[in-house]
Design a protein around this ligand. Structure first.
Ligand code: MV4
Length: 448
């Protein structure tokens, strides 16, 4: 087994990976920017290396700095976490060139799934249901007109190098098409330095359901059920849960097996998430993520697995310890992403944590890297903790979550904790009848 792993990330996910490494007897190296000198992941790691100034571009996104930290410490592998360089094929490739194992899928799979057009082509070859669309690039306005007429309005323009909603444009009629197509193309060029566009039928009221998959890189693959991520604000997930209250287990088994079959045929290595929209009892593939997701703990809760442990084992070349016939989900899990943001504006609220008390008790997990006296830096995303609850049923998970939120104390900065207390009281949330638009509409009603 690896003797030393470098975690190329910060905050709660760095801590989360360090915890599993320690349990596996693996030494850990933390990297940190000058703004993270007092961060908990630095304190928890066996060794730490300052890799640059607060600016991510010169620290957490600096491939040379991270490679140097690997060389200095003799790290044999790198866990990238999520965000930062976790889906950067160049980073994975350069690590490989230096004989350092990137804990994740192959460079070619990262590249394929990073191009949303190629991702769809790949999934279609394995009969994964996709959103009807252009089946490839939409080259110009003339092309766009023909394809939109074939698909039928409303259509959605998307950037091939996009993801997470950046660069998307909804087109409701052909008189809007030319303007929006040219706008989308120039925004994509600016954001991704790639203006390749594609088009899909716009699904009006879907749920966002993602399937967790895992492969050994040699043809073995499993799925670990779904996560319902429909409660989003401006393409930022706010609350996730599993099982989804809007999909029955037979449908999940069916789509899960389609996904694990695709992963097997691809010889995909490691953890992956296949994202779908779900509408009128049908799944439509939109994207695949080749990283461990923020919301992975709810899957770990109901399956009783440690996905980071599995990632490290596979990266080291050990066989899959996961097998579909022993993966049996139990109960219901919900995750709240707690941000240092003030309500109702959601403006970031960095500052000093005067008091932090984490909830406890049966079925409670709090993944966070804050502590009493910690100064939340303004340079990074505002996620300061993930509260995950697990219980035998959805209604019990909701009441456990309500109790845990009441116990949670974070004083000194504004947080989004109160948002969750209100959501839990909502009829639509309790009935599970929500789609990807519900939260933003509900928030708009709150400020009327
Ligand atoms: C869509 C869609 C409707 N129809 N594609 C948003 C980010 C990226 N994951 C894809 N997204 C969407 N793609 C078609 N053909 C609606 C969205 C979307 C969305 C998807 C999931 C969760 C929240 C969302 C919020 C706005 C739009």
């Amino acid at each position: 087994m690896f003797k030393k792993i470098l975690i190329a990330n910060r905050g709660e996910i760095a801590l989360r990976v360090i915890r599993t490494c320690k349990e596996m007897g693996i030494k850990t190296v933390a990297v940190y920017s000058q703004a993270d000198v007092d961060a908990m992941h630095v304190r928890m790691a066996d060794e730490s290396v300052c890799i640059g100034p607060a600016d991510s571009a010169k620290s957490y996104l600096s491939i040379p700095s991270i490679i140097s930290a690997c060389e200095i410490t003799g790290s044999e592998a790198v866990h990238p976490g999520y965000g930062f360089l976790s889906e950067n094929a160049k980073f994975a490739e350069i690590l490989g060139d230096h004989g350092i194992k990137f804990i994740g899928p192959s460079v070619s799979h990262i590249n394929t799934m990073g191009d949303k057009i190629n991702a769809k082509v790949q999934m279609e070859t394995f009969n994964v249901p996709c959103v009807p669309g252009s089946n490839g690039e939409v080259k110009d306005v003339h092309d766009a007109n023909i394809i939109a007429k074939k698909i039928g309005y409303p259509v959605l323009l998307k950037a091939a190098s996009g993801g997470g909603g950046i660069g998307m444009k909804i087109v409701s009629s052909d008189d809007q098409l030319e303007t929006l197509f040219l706008q989308a193309k120039s925004e994509a060029k600016k954001s991704f330095n790639d203006d390749t566009m594609y088009m899909e039928k716009y699904l009006e009221k879907p749920r966002h359901i993602e399937i967790q998959v895992f492969g050994d890189g040699k043809g073995k693959a499993v799925h670990l059920g779904e996560r319902d991520c429909s409660l989003q604000r401006r393409h930022q997930k706010v609350l996730e849960e599993t099982p989804s209250p809007g999909v029955n287990s037979e449908e999940i088994t069916k789509i899960g097996n389609i996904c694990s079959n695709a992963i097997s045929k691809m010889r995909y290595e490691g953890a992956g998430t296949i994202e779908f929209l779900y509408e009128k009892k049908k799944f439509f593939f939109i994207e695949m993520n080749t990283r461990l997701q923020v919301e992975h703990p709810i899957t770990e809760a109901i399956y009783g697995v440690d996905l980071v442990r599995e990632q490290i084992r596979i990266a080291y070349g050990m066989g899959m310890s996961l097998s579909q016939d022993t993966l049996n989900p139990k109960g219901h899990a919900i995750e709240c992403r707690i941000n240092a943001e003030s309500l109702p504006t959601f403006l970031p609220s960095p500052g000093n944590i005067k008091e932090f008390h984490s909830p406890g008790g049966i079925g409670i997990r709090m993944d966070s890297a804050i502590y009493n006296g910690f100064m939340i830096p303004p340079h990074y995303d505002s996620l300061i903790g993930k509260l995950i609850v697990h219980a035998d049923s959805r209604s019990m998970a909701i009441s456990r979550l309500s109790r845990a939120l009441d116990e949670l104390i974070i004083d000194g900065v504004h947080t989004t904790v109160d948002l969750f207390k209100k959501i839990l009281d909502e009829k639509d949330f309790n009935s599970g009848e929500y789609n990807i638009h519900w939260l933003e509409r509900w928030l708009a009603d709150q400020v009327k």
